[in-house]
Design a protein around this ligand. Structure first.
Ligand code: NAP
Length: 485
């Protein structure tokens, strides 16, 4: 698909414009004057058509033996892998991350899809001992039917694939609604599902604003489950809405992920891991390290190492191979970052790096922001507590490990957390005490493609995605009793 070609929804195996012909353009965040393409602004009628198509196709798809569905998903994973460069470029264009990160994202999505392909052969139930002679008792896993998948813009390939692939493996049909600013990657992915042999109606794509069509998708009684990745602010009301009809939900929401550094002997290594985990994707990762909590005795030395790492970052257009950090993905994100930096400037925190837009360079007309480090941030500052979703790293100094644990747990979020320490006792206490879905000891907050992924508190609800836990969301358990004698 080429730049500026008009894009469509994909419903019942056909590419078609939105009902009423509504359209919107997407732009390159590195060069906002550059229009990348023209996409549908769907209406509730498009959701209705997509859900009808999915409901019509779901039964046959569920009847297909799991290993056959898995074979189709394996082909999809292969296609994804083979299009890494082309799709990676689309990710860079519409979302802004550097080409290397974008290609890495496509590779990661292919690995997750391959795992899902295998899961289609592992939809196991249990057999049970029976209380009554002549009876057998077992459980089987059944698909939900139609799954609605609502995805964010920060991982335009991984996020939809992480939803659609396991949904299909488990025998569901899907209606995918990607984020409005990054629909191009989803169009491309849906083409690959089609090329891999997914039958018409099994994967449907509806592009449009969440405000305009989200409620219709969530309210449709034919939708058996809603998997949503996005902000906590949108996720909570979505959950309330879904709860009215007891629809199953999987929510993957925001984070404020701490890196605690206490009694560590390699501060340079810790800083490398922290800065990489904090600033990849320009800090727009749900699992980005977004606060550093450090013991007072190591704070000065760690801050120097953090500054050294930050000074190596080269901000620029993601298409430039020398770039290590791209622009923010939208003007809205840029303004959010500017608002929080102003809060930091108005507080007693010390701004040590960044704190400004990079707009003075004529090549940088986009939403570029300098990597920013604040030291001496108070634990009750909004910088320390709220998700900024940008390249802003606050450092909070603490007396000792006990205070570090207290501060780390003080956030409303509970997604990922890292600890750098040489003390086994601290590592054990951290694993037991920190309320988060994912804990990383002595490395940054990077996950793997087959390990359950999710959060607690305001970071998520429902079964974890990725790995064997995904099928807990995409299937229902049915208990079956048979009297055979
Ligand atoms: P968002 O604004 O909450 O949007 C997420 C998705 O929901 C988009 O497709 C959006 O559509 C849609 N949406 C908006 N309003 C809706 C409604 N009323 N009903 C149904 N859908 C609606 O989040 P975002 O800004 O795209 O993504 C950033 C957030 O995602 C961050 O908070 C980040 O931490 C979180 N995230 C979490 C994870 C995780 O695994 N925990 C992973 C990635 C990102 P529009 O684009 O049209 O508004």
């Amino acid at each position: 698909m080429s730049v500026l070609e008009p894009h469509h929804n994909f419903i019942d195996g056909k590419w078609q414009p939105a009902e009423g012909g509504g359209r919107h353009q997407i732009r390159n965040p590195a060069r906002p004057d550059e229009v990348l393409g023209d996409f549908p602004s769907s209406a509730p009628a498009d959701v209705d058509a997509a859900v009808s198509a999915a409901a019509g196709a779901a039964k046959e798809w569920a009847r297909m033996p799991g290993p056959q569905r898995g074979a189709i998903l394996s082909r999809f994973a292969q296609l994804l892998e083979s299009r890494k460069a082309e799709l990676g470029r689309i990710v860079t264009l519409e979302m802004g991350k550097p080409l290397g990160e974008a290609a890495g994202e496509v590779g990661r999505a292919a690995t997750e899809a391959r795992f899902s392909a295998g899961e289609a052969s592992r939809l196991d139930g249990h057999t049970f001992a029976t209380e009554r002679a002549g009876y057998s008792c077992q459980t089987v896993l059944e698909p939900l039917g139609v799954v609605a998948a609502i995805s964010p813009w920060n991982f335009p390939v991984v996020a939809p694939v992480r939803k659609v692939a396991p949904a299909l493996a488990c025998g569901n049909a899907v209606v995918l609604k990607p984020a409005s600013i990054t629909p191009w990657s989803s169009s491309y992915i849906v083409e690959l599902f089609e090329s891999a042999g997914v039958p018409p109606g099994v994967v449907n794509l509806v592009i449009g604003s969440g405000n305009a069509i989200g409620n219709r998708l969530v309210d449709d009684p034919r939708v058996g489950g809603i998997t949503f990745t996005g902000s906590t602010a949108v996720g909570i009301p979505l959950n309330e809405r879904a709860a009215r009809r007891l629809a199953k939900v999987q929510l993957e929401l925001g984070g404020k992920n701490p890196a605690v550094v206490v009694d560590y002997d390699d501060l340079e290594g810790a800083a490398r891991e922290i800065v990489s985990a904090a600033l990849q994707c320009s800090g727009q990762r749900c699992t980005a390290i977004s606060r550093v909590i450090v013991g007072e005795d190591q704070a000065d030395a760690l801050v120097q190492e953090l500054l050294a790492q930050i000074s190596r970052i080269r901000v620029g257009d993601g298409l430039d191979e020398k770039t290590t950090m791209g622009p923010l993905s939208s003007k809205t994100q840029l303004e959010t970052v500017e608002r929080y930096v102003q809060i930091g400037r108005d507080s007693s925190a010390k701004l040590l790096a960044g704190g400004r837009r990079l707009a003075e360079d004529p090549d940088r007309q986009g939403y570029f922001y300098a990597p920013t480090l604040f030291d001496h941030v108070s634990p009750d500052s909004p910088l320390a507590l709220e998700e900024i979703f940008g390249p802003v790293l606050p450092v909070i100094r603490v007396r000792d490990f006990d205070q570090a644990l207290e501060v780390a747990n003080a956030s409303r979020y509970g997604l990922a957390a890292a600890l750098f320490t040489t003390k086994m006792k601290c590592a054990q206490a951290f694993m037991r005490t920190i309320r988060a879905g994912m804990i990383h000891i002595n490395h940054g907050t990077a996950s793997q493609a087959h390990v359950p992924f999710g959060g607690v508190k305001d970071s998520g609800l429902g079964a974890y995605s990725i790995g064997h836990t995904a099928k807990e969301f995409y299937t229902n358990v049915k208990a079956v009793y048979v009297k055979w004698e």
